[in-house]
Design a protein around this ligand. Structure first.
Ligand SMILES: [Mg+2]
Length: 326
């Protein structure tokens, strides 16, 4: 563990440095608060355990504490303030400034070592908490089976994409990709095989679409993709993916299943009087109508939404029909 010692007294600084090195710490030193702050700001992996002298030129320990805690961070350092003042008022000032602990000069080796130990335990707990939080944040945004973004994450990111298209006029294409006759896979081979097909489908999506395309599992066998910065007509982009699915059987090593996908696309060019949320709902509903049309024209095809072709009457059937037979 790296420790930063800041003390303007060279003798004390070197003494403490040697002590801490003897206890197995990797030690960095600064001769005043300004130098310490510079190390914390510029070092690639700055020390997270700090032993700061209160009275130092340029920037004293208290001011340094205040500067450190105003920097928002998930990894705040653990600060031990060292001072000759041992009265309660000074103790309160130090803790209020952001110090985690307080130790009186002259420091006694056993006490310093014990207090550093508390710091280490606190930082370790903080690390574990950060890892747990990162895992929770990941789980909240990703589909557990496929690792793709989930519906909630799609909705959140779609907001930004629509806003951007409204601002820049750069077109956006949203597509619903629905695996054909997926229910049959589950019914015939069981859900574990169905899950493997879903995973492989997700892998093919990751390989086909670009890292900045939004690729999500919307639910069941339904996946939603949002592409911006289009390099080709949306229909060509998704036709390519349809072929990627159809061209090679799934689960080749044992079962070799032929899988196809039906895709409905809706595009947005940035011109609309609707709110972002309304545009999102409109895009999802339109691509759903196009998907319905693809399913009812024989599946394994890509259909671009056309308001003149895809009438409102079909819409009322979609949610029922997809879940049951497609
Ligand atoms: Mg001093």
């Amino acid at each position: 563990m790296k420790v930063l010692i800041a003390d303007d007294d060279k003798v004390l600084r070197m003494l403490m440095e040697r002590q801490l090195q003897g206890w197995g710490f990797e030690v960095m030193t600064a001769q005043d608060g300004a130098e310490a702050l510079d190390i914390l700001k510029t070092h690639e992996e700055p020390p997270r355990l700090l032993v700061l002298d209160w009275e130092m030129p340029n920037l004293d320990g208290i001011e340094l504490c205040r500067k450190i805690i105003t920097q928002e961070s998930n990894d705040p350092p653990y600060i031990i303030l060292v001072t000759a003042h041992s009265d309660q008022e000074h103790l309160a000032t130090a803790l209020q400034a952001g110090a985690n602990d307080y130790i009186s000069k002259p420091t006694k080796p056993a006490e310093l070592r014990a207090r550093l130990g508390v710091g280490l335990r606190t930082l370790e707990l903080q690390n574990r908490l950060n890892i747990a939080n990162e895992m929770l944040a990941y789980k909240a945004e990703h589909d557990e089976l496929t690792g793709l973004q989930n519906r909630a994450s799609l909705i959140e990111h779609l907001d930004n994409e629509i806003e951007r298209t409204k601002r820049t006029g750069e077109p956006l294409a949203l597509a619903i990709c629905d695996i054909d006759f997926f229910k049959r896979v589950n019914d015939t081979y069981g859900h574990p095989v169905g899950d493997r097909v879903l995973k492989e489908f997700a892998d093919r999506m990751r390989e086909t679409f670009r890292p900045y395309d939004l690729v999500s599992r919307y639910g069941g066998e339904e996946f939603v993709v949002c592409c911006t910065s289009l390099e080709a007509e949306p229909i060509a982009i998704f036709e390519r993916f349809r072929q990627v699915v159809e061209s090679t059987p799934f689960l080749e090593k044992d079962l070799s299943l032929s899988v196809t996908v039906s895709i409905g696309i809706a595009a947005f060019n940035g011109i609309s009087t609707l709110t972002t949320k309304e545009i999102m709902l409109e895009l999802i509903s339109s691509s759903d109508k196009a998907l319905y049309s693809a399913k009812h024209s024989g599946r394994n095809q890509v259909v671009m939404y056309d308001p003149e072709l895809h009438s409102e009457t079909e819409e009322s059937d979609t949610s029922i029909t997809y879940g049951q037979t497609c």
